[in-house]
Design a protein around this ligand. Structure first.
Ligand SMILES: NC(=O)c1ccc[n+]([C@@H]2O[C@H](COP(=O)([O-])OP(=O)(O)OC[C@H]3O[C@@H](n4cnc5c(N)ncnc54)[C@H](O)[C@@H]3O)[C@@H](O)[C@H]2O)c1
Length: 349
């Protein structure tokens, strides 16, 4: 299959590109190379005859039209987005432009291309979204996000993703575009940009800096190893039912403070400090405005209908991730110089 992946130089997109190439697919990576992109994530596939790169911005309709019609993909997997909640609080406009208008541009490019090919049944537009569109859950293990949970986004990031999900559904209902959607919980693993909780914790710990935990650290997230997410996404694009959405999650709920303490314990073992524990560096900081209390995913539909199961436990995945950061300073060190990295964002409104 020839797959056009948008955002393929980002964290999850690059995992999708690497996995798709390893499975024999042809991949066209369309990416604008924003601050969050890193082409080094794709070093292992860059020389493959099945890999093509197009630097293009999904806000640029003409550029998107050109890439789609020139490469004639069998499927589009749309991951390009502004993805950092804290940045969305300080600068929501980029999120509206890329996540909403950019998705609109891609839908229109896909619709025009699909129509020009005679509307083949086999074409797929796969929109990759987040569990954050469902809002915030109370701390009750019986309550989980299902595919039928009403949308209730509460940050500029999640609102822009929710809007894009609605556009994708509308393009299916109105124009018949063969779409599939997926909403996933928090990903973690290698190549995670060093502004997100897990890499920040690891890198601040070994850098001797405070480990910032928002509020009282009680906010709960469900964590999924990024390669398990990439595997689920390829399953959805190949076998998902048209018009359907699939929730994807690891079944690994942890409060932020539990997660940070676990990372500190792994680091204490793998790179012990001269004295004390990395946990001594934990510092509680002002909470994020509108910080959602809990996300938890019911992933039974994708497990039941598509036979997906995650392969990596949270314990193994966190250990692999810490080891990867300890062994890949040449990857993360330059990224720490990028604008806004290492700075507290989204604090004041
Ligand atoms: N990270 C998570 O835990 C998570 C969980 C669920 C869903 N998602 C969704 O998965 C997708 C990928 O997330 P990620 O964490 O890999 O993001 P990321 O920020 O690491 O990567 C985003 C990529 O998109 C590119 N991009 C941004 N704006 C663009 C534009 N205007 N035109 C073209 N390319 C552009 C960037 O250059 C970057 O390579 C996003 O849609 C996000 O909403 C992420």
């Amino acid at each position: 299959m020839k797959i056009l992946v948008t955002g393929g130089a980002g964290f999850i997109g690059s995992a999708v590109v690497r996995l798709a190439i390893s499975r024999g697919h042809q991949v066209v990576n369309l990416d604008a190379l924003t601050y969050a992109a890193c082409l080094d994530n794709l070093a292992s596939v860059a020389d493959s005859p099945n890999y093509f790169f197009e630097q293009a911005d999904i806000r640029d309709r003409a550029a998107v039209d050109r890439v789609v019609s020139e490469h004639a993909p069998d499927a589009i997997m749309h991951l390009a987005a502004e993805s950092h909640v804290d940045r969305s609080i300080d600068g929501p406009e980029d999120f509206v432009d890329t996540n909403i208008k950019g998705t609109y541009n891609l839908l229109e490019a896909a619709r025009g291309y699909w129509a020009s090919c005679g509307k083949p049944d086999g074409f797929r537009f796969h929109h990759i979204s987040t569990d954050e569109v469902f809002g915030s859950l109370p701390d009750d293990p019986a309550l989980l996000f299902t595919e039928d949970t009403p949308y209730d986004p509460r940050s500029p990031y999640s609102a822009s993703k929710a809007a894009s999900d609605h556009l994708v559904r509308a393009w299916h209902e109105t124009y018949g575009l063969p779409v599939v959607l997926s909403n996933c919980s928090n990903n973690y693993g290698p190549y995670h940009f060093p502004e997100k909780l897990i890499p920040v914790t690891i890198l601040n710990a070994i850098g001797g800096k405070p480990l910032p935990v928002y509020g009282d650290g009680s906010n709960i997230r469900d964590w999924l190893y990024v390669e398990d997410h990439a595997d689920a996404l390829l399953l959805v694009v190949e076998k998902g039912r048209i018009g359907r959405s699939y929730n994807i999650g690891g079944g690994n709920e942890r409060s932020n403070i539990e997660l940070v303490r676990t990372l500190c314990a792994i680091l204490d073992e793998l790179r012990p400090k001269a004295d004390g524990s990395y946990a001594d560096q934990i510092t509680f900081v002002t909470d994020r405005p509108g910080h959602d209390a809990r996300y938890a995913i019911d992933a039974s539909r994708i497990r039941r209908e598509l036979g997906w199961t995650p392969a990596v436990t949270l314990e193994d995945g966190l250990r692999k991730t810490v080891e990867w950061y300890l062994n890949n300073e040449a990857w993360w060190r330059p990224l720490q110089q990028r604008k806004g990295v290492g700075v507290r964002l989204g604090e004041k409104v």
